[in-house]
Design a protein. Structure first.
Length: 197
């Protein structure tokens, strides 16, 4: 199965059998697919591996306090073009035209312009993924990302769910930031992107 490409590139197979991997390859015919697994298959017939990277999956059971306060705006369908433009510029991870519809997103505006955002993506069982966290390059260093992540995580916790996120294992600076917010490493996973051969 896979997400509709307008929402995201993520896909998965029920197992690593030849039949399941064949069906997975068929899903990449129209658009690249991303697998996020403990150990993605080394080779899938009919697909070309575009990239692969180790990631740390982190969870939070509480969030730390911060003295920072910014005006938050709730983001929705009317904001989708701006959200996509910000994500395209900053590359927080896969973000498509309708990714915003997978969960709640919030942002910070400066003179009407969206300059930072964070929200939710996948929601397996009791867990809700914090994702789409990005800040326009002209507005970095002000604490926007950490502030928005705390707010998103606090809202998830208030609903009785557990916030989690993914970070490239090599991004030690981001991992340190996420630890300061209350996230702790849970497990390592591998992100791999494939396209049709």
């Amino acid at each position: 199965m896979r997400f509709d490409p307008a929402y995201g590139p993520f896909a998965a197979a029920i197992d690593a059998s030849g039949a399941a991997l064949h069906d997975l390859a068929m899903l990449a015919a129209e658009d690249e697919i991303w697998l996020l697994e403990k150990n993605p298959p080394r080779h899938i017939s009919g697909l070309v591996r575009l990239k692969q990277a180790g990631c740390v999956q982190m969870v939070a059971h509480t969030v730390t306090a911060t003295p920072l306060r910014f005006d938050i705006v709730e983001l929705g369908a009317d904001d989708a073009p701006e959200m996509l433009a910000l994500a395209t510029l900053t590359q927080p991870g896969p973000f498509r035209a309708h990714t915003h519809a997978l969960g709640h997103f919030i942002g910070i505006r400066d003179q009407g312009r969206l300059v930072a955002m964070a929200g939710e993506r996948t929601q397996p069982d009791a867990y809700v993924e914090v994702s789409g966290v990005c800040t326009h390059p002209d507005h970095r260093g002000r604490g926007y990302a950490g502030f928005l992540m705390r707010e998103v995580a606090a809202r998830i916790l208030a609903r009785g769910n557990i916030p989690f996120l993914h970070c490239y294992a090599t991004n030690t600076g981001a991992i340190a930031l996420y630890r300061s917010l209350g996230f702790t490493p849970f497990q390592t996973v591998t992100a791999a992107a494939f396209s049709a051969a």
